[in-house]
Design a protein around this ligand. Structure first.
Ligand SMILES: Cc1cc2nc3c(=O)[nH]c(=O)nc-3n(C[C@H](O)[C@H](O)[C@H](O)COP(=O)(O)O)c2cc1C
Length: 152
């Protein structure tokens, strides 16, 4: 690995820092080598848990998942497919809370930014708001997942 873009060069880092930078690089290489992505998250305070944001920040690397051009940034992962399976205690696919959901929306923007042409969602939603319907809600999501699995 050569010079880092900003700050110290790799060789000037401590061994602990080198290990962290190498791990980030490994995660990014693994991500760009994959053909398909499946993100599985719960909705936490209208978004996904912070560890997924940290993961996205480790794979959003210029020259790897996107590049800068004179026309602006362009995604490089144009031959991938992505799926987000998200569990939400309430209902967000329609109705008054739809605008408040920021996890699936954010992932959708990141996939567009990376150039991923296909991004689908499976939502297990409303099981906390309607516990009597939880089983039915889960079964619907499983059926939709099986459907999608045949083409994904
Ligand atoms: C910290 C935390 C925040 C949550 N925030 C929301 C939320 O904003 N909207 C929502 O519908 N459900 C929310 N939930 C409920 C989760 O989405 C729910 O726990 C998840 O769908 C998994 O279901 P389960 O707990 O029955 O396994 C939250 C749960 C936790 C633990």
């Amino acid at each position: 690995m050569g010079k880092l873009q900003a700050g110290k060069g790799f060789e000037e880092l401590s061994s602990e820092e080198k290990a962290k930078v190498s791990r980030l690089s490994e995660l990014c290489e693994q991500f760009i080598a994959a053909d398909k992505y499946i993100f599985v998250t719960p909705l936490w305070n209208f978004s996904f848990p912070p560890v997924l944001k940290a993961y996205i920040d480790s794979v959003a690397v210029a020259g790897k998942s996107f590049k800068y051009t004179e026309q602006g940034p362009v995604g490089l992962l144009t031959d991938k497919k992505a799926l987000h399976i998200q569990a939400r205690g309430g209902i967000y696919s329609e109705g008054p809370a739809a605008e408040m959901e920021m996890g699936h929306r954010y992932l959708s923007i990141i996939m567009q930014f990376f150039g991923v042409p296909s991004f689908e969602g499976v939502f297990v939603e409303g099981h906390a708001a309607m516990p009597d319907k939880a089983q039915e809600i889960k079964e619907k999501a499983i059926a939709r997942s099986k459907d999608l699995a045949s083409t994904f």
